[in-house]
Design a protein around this ligand. Structure first.
Ligand SMILES: Nc1ncnc2c1ncn2[C@@H]1O[C@H](COP(=O)(O)OP(=O)(O)OP(=O)(O)O)[C@@H](O)[C@H]1O
Ligand SMILES: [Mg+2]
Length: 248
């Protein structure tokens, strides 16, 4: 008999989120975090009630991308995420104070489930999840517990990223997790048209160009929103109907 009450608690906690978008890609360093953060800022700017949850326990970076400093969740029958630039933001970085988190395997999974169970998001139009790289228990648990989650898959023009992506898409199909679309990041100007592979019958649905100005805009939300990367992502979100949701 399973006596763990957390799955039903998590379901209750996430009930107020109309859409949950898990930004994933399985490979490391391909732009999942900049995509998740910029998407959250774009959604908030459009007037959507938006949450952002950095689930990368080993390498939380969303607080750096946003430039969110000195924040801490309010403790009130759970944890209420602080609001930064219109985005309700939760990260393990609040608790680790920039030190490495000495957790592994089952403990990471457990910590993520615990945070999902105690965070009170309230009513949200969108909850954006910045997923950790890799195919591990933690990543699979998130998809298992956040049952409403849809995947926004990030890849790069590299055949290596593409190969991993194809396999991940197969797995999402098996798990019945809807895939909103595939975004090819750091795309060179003329190489639009990723080769199709097993599980990926066509190229990417949208392309985000390599933007030399992105690095300098990290930590400054207003500057981030003015980058070519953000304007490409806004176009991608438009094309994938992400902005078509009604505001709650
Ligand atoms: N389109 C782009 N143009 C220029 N630089 C980019 C672009 N996308 C991402 N980067 C840079 O690549 C680096 C990795 O991005 P990011 O941290 O978002 O990747 P990630 O997939 O989340 O990595 P990890 O797997 O470690 O979590 C960052 O320095 C980011 O600024
Ligand atoms: Mg990341």
């Amino acid at each position: 008999m399973n006596l763990d009450p957390r799955p039903s608690v998590i379901e209750e906690r996430l009930k107020g989120a109309r859409r949950i978008i898990a930004v994933t890609g399985w490979k490391g360093g391909i732009g999942k975090s900049v995509t998740a953060c910029t998407l959250a800022l774009l959604l908030a700017k459009k007037g959507y009630k938006t949450g952002l949850f950095d689930l990368d326990f080993a390498g939380a970076s969303d607080h750096l991308i946003l430039g969110a400093r000195g924040l801490f969740p309010k403790e009130e029958k759970g944890l209420e995420p602080p609001v930064f630039e219109g985005v309700s933001f939760m990260s393990v970085a609040f608790f680790s104070e920039n030190r490495a988190v000495p957790l592994r395997g089952a403990n990471v999974s457990d910590a993520i489930i615990e945070l999902l169970a105690i965070t009170r998001w309230g009513a949200l139009d969108f909850l954006v999840l910045d997923m950790p790289p890799g195919i591990n228990d933690a990543a699979l648990d998130v998809m298992r517990f956040a049952r409403k989650a849809e995947v926004l898959a990030v890849t790069t023009p590299s055949v290596l990223a593409h190969d991993v992506l194809s396999r991940s898409i197969e797995l999402y199909k098996k798990l019945h997790v809807p895939v909103i679309g595939v975004v090819e990041n750091m795309s060179p100007p003329r190489a639009r048209g990723m080769r199709a592979g097993p599980g990926l019958k066509k190229g990417a649905d949208a392309y985000l160009r390599f933007d030399a100005g992105l690095e300098g805009a990290l930590g400054r939300p207003a500057a981030l929103l003015k980058t070519a990367f953000a304007s490409d992502l806004a176009m991608a979100a438009e094309r994938l109907d992400i902005f078509a949701a009604e505001i709650c």
